[in-house]
Design a protein around this ligand. Structure first.
Ligand code: ADP
Length: 505
């Protein structure tokens, strides 16, 4: 079977958040099971300098039409851990991928529609017919309608199309002219049964098109799969209910080779490969903590350390992040925030908070994306704060577990699928305490997060047995992609079987 991902991120080369981790982790796991996987990406000049010398040219003559003008594109390839990566490098006057950021440009719609069109044009050009097209979010979801409306008539044959919904917040709602620019007939697609947006009737919704046209849809956790059909689908709830037979929730894994504290090259003190006492783990954590403290100017201390490693966006609960960090500081903890501010309106409150505490000996702030620092923080911290208002899956809690760091999170989406915090007042029978691996709060408010921090404190200081049990469990649990990769394989197989009825016009 040949799986062809069309996607906009791939870790660690091109990463904004979890999307890049998911494609890399899933692909590596499938490749180890003998599946051929190719990944088609934009050639982001700014982010690819590290591998530039390892690239070889696949073609210099890929023609792609946009709004009546034909542009020539190069496609580069390289192998990374046996995965075939292909990069689209357009010779286009707007320099779509020669930007300093991956998203957030005013012409993102044009950039990623062009990229999607080019991906399918490439398959036609190269006469490749992968078994499965695997698309991700609105960013490449337009390939599903494109395939059925355009590229199958150009000779492209695939056996199934899957779109993974990583985040329903972003849907690519736009003027239909954008579709016309890449060769789709806008009159046809504006209808409600196709891409017509449910609320803005003169607009098309690209994610809706992906849902309607794909053979199978996956979401990144079972709980999110339910939630988006109930009230967290940002207007697509009823569409998703209509298509529920092709909708599956598959919990993400993490790449446990990459996120492995025993061989992590970013850690000054890797954890022991084999250990029989938690004391050895605590020692390694402590040593990394000392290096971190020195590096970032935190006072050396045995206080608990709470970190937050996140995109700073409304989804991530910015008010609760600040309330949680403040509460922890007031309770005598250390805190460290590594946050990339992706929504400009959040810059002011976060910088204000930083300024308030910038001379505090137990607080550290870094605004921006920093892969290396994130690894050190995962290892050096005792807890990580994840108060997202919704969370399709969330990877930071799983990475944290791998490094023996306990999550404090909102009881939602993938967070509640991975974090066990028995609440005996609501669930019966109550999950045994020995299965507890973290802290969840149900009330999405500063008081919710503050109450959870009080519970953490009590356990940390007064019930070391329970704390050790959580760490032990988090380190012993299998967070790898293995199970999810098998589920995706099943989904690919079932997509191939279901294609015939969708093919009919
Ligand atoms: P999302 O995809 O919504 O941003 P996830 O929890 O699914 O959230 O994935 C986040 C990924 O991005 C994790 O690998 C996390 O370590 C990483 N990450 C988030 N913010 C930063 C940052 N500022 N610096 C480094 N890594 C970050």
């Amino acid at each position: 079977m040949h799986i062809f991902h069309i996607v906009t991120e791939f870790s660690p080369l091109i990463k904004v958040g979890g999307l890049g981790d998911v494609v890399q982790g899933l692909s590596s796991s499938l490749q180890k099971k003998g599946i051929k996987v190719s990944i088609f990406l934009p050639f982001y000049t700014h982010f690819l300098s590290a591998i530039k010398r390892e690239l070889s040219l696949v073609t210099t003559s890929l023609k792609v039409m946009e709004n009546g003008t034909t542009y020539t594109n190069r496609v580069w390839s390289t192998k990374l851990a046996n995965l075939e990566l292909l990069f689209l490098d357009p010779n286009h006057p707007k320099h779509y991928f020669k930007r300093r950021q991956i998203y957030g440009e005013t012409d993102d719609l044009s950039r990623f529609l062009y990229f999607s069109r080019a991906a399918l044009d490439y398959l036609v050009h190269a006469k490749h017919h992968p078994d499965i097209l695997h698309l991700h979010d609105w960013l490449t979801g337009i390939c599903a309608p494109l395939y059925f409306e355009v590229h199958r008539f150009l000779g492209l044959e695939v056996n199934g199309i899957i779109t993974t919904l990583h985040n329903l917040l972003y849907q690519g709602v736009c003027h239909p002219k954008y579709l016309a620019h890449i060769g789709l007939r806008r009159e046809d697609l504006l209808s409600q049964s196709k891409l017509g947006d449910n609320k803005k009737t003169h607009r098309v919704n690209i994610l809706k098109g992906a849902i309607v046209y794909s053979d199978k849809i996956s979401t990144v956790s079972p709980s999110y799969c339910q939630e988006i059909q109930e009230n967290k689908g940002f207007g697509l709830e009823s569409l998703l209910r209509t298509h529920r037979k092709k909708l599956f929730g598959i919990l993400n894994g993490i790449d446990t080779d990459y996120w492995n504290p025993a061989i992590d090259p970013y850690l000054p003190y890797p954890y022991p490969k084999k250990w029989d006492s938690l004391h050895q783990i605590y020692q390694a954590k402590q040593k990394n903590r000392q290096v971190l403290a020195k590096q970032v100017g935190l006072s050396s201390s045995s206080r608990p350390l709470l970190c937050s490693i996140t995109r700073i966006a409304k989804q991530k609960g910015p008010k609760l992040i600040l309330a949680g960090l403040e509460k922890a500081l007031q309770s005598g903890w250390q805190v460290a925030l590594l946050g990339s501010i992706v929504e400009k309106n959040l810059q002011a409150p976060f910088k204000k908070f930083r300024d308030k505490y910038k001379n505090h000996p137990h607080a550290f702030f870094f605004f921006g994306f920093n892969e290396k620092l994130s690894h050190l923080l995962f290892a050096a911290s005792d807890c990580i704060l994840i108060p997202s208002c919704f969370e399709p899956c969330g990877l930071t809690q799983m990475i944290a577990f791998r490094y023996g760091t306990i999550p404090i999170a909102h009881r939602v989406g993938g967070l509640k699928d991975t974090i066990v915090d028995p609440d005996c007042s609501t669930s019966s029978p109550c999950t045994p305490k020995k299965e507890k691996n973290g802290y969840l709060f149900s009330t999405f408010s500063p008081s919710g997060v503050q109450e959870a921090i009080e519970r953490v404190e009590k356990t940390f200081h007064e019930d070391r047995k329970q704390w050790d049990s959580m760490i032990q469990l988090s380190l012993r649990t299998d967070w790898s992609w293995n199970k999810a990769a098998n589920q995706y394989l099943e989904l690919y197989h079932s997509a191939q079987l279901s294609i015939s009825h969708l093919r009919k016009d």
